[in-house]
Ligand binder design. Structure first.
Ligand SMILES: [Zn+2]
Ligand SMILES: [Zn+2]
Length: 184
């Protein structure tokens, strides 16, 4: 598992550090402020705060991997063996609807969820599919271009950089070109 230390220098690192560690360590003790913010959002959306919803939110925020539905399901099931995949899936969708989580843009085929609501951006590795959080202040307020302003309502602005992560840069094209190479 990869942590934030090398991508997020500066004071932001303090708050992000809360999210580090394995799922296991975080379950039941995930950042109190995150959990409180989650409860607030539930209340203002008129949503009941159930143990299932809390466990799912904790599994999400306890991970730095931007987990899939299945990963969250596998984790929550260890605490709640009878919970169904469908419940986890629907709950994650609900969390997105009330703004307590979001789907990382561009991951529509296999959705990857994010419960980190502090300002941050993503780097996505096109080889190993790792999604790494980083924070770069100037990216927080990308201006809305004139062609959109006034005509569209912008709800979220995200910056996602794609390429090869530090673990994949040794031979970045190794797997990517596997099907096309070897003709020499
Ligand atoms: Zn990679
Ligand atoms: Zn993120």
């Amino acid at each position: 598992m990869e942590y934030f230390s090398r991508v997020s220098p500066g004071k932001k690192q303090e708050s992000l550090r809360v999210k580090m560690g394995s799922f296991e360590n975080k379950m039941g003790q995930a950042g109190d402020s995150q959990q409180e913010a989650f409860r607030q959002r539930c209340r203002s959306a008129g949503l009941r705060i159930t143990p299932q919803r809390e466990a799912i939110f904790q599994a999400l925020t306890g991970s730095v991997e931007h987990p899939t539905v299945d990963t969250v399901y596998q984790e929550v099931r260890r605490l709640m063996p009878h919970i169904s995949f469908d419940t986890v899936n629907r709950t994650l969708n609900t969390l997105c609807e009330i703004g307590a989580a979001f789907v990382v843009p561009g991951t529509d085929n296999v959705r990857r969820f994010d419960g980190n609501l502090s300002d941050h951006q993503h780097f996505r590795c096109i080889k190993c599919k790792r999604i790494v959080d980083f924070h770069h202040g100037p990216f927080d307020n990308v201006p809305v271009p004139d062609v959109l302003a006034g005509r569209f309502i912008v709800m979220r602005k995200t910056v996602c950089l794609e390429g090869f992560c530090d673990q994949c840069t040794t031979n970045p094209m190794d797997n990517v070109t596997q099907t096309t190479s070897g003709n020499r």
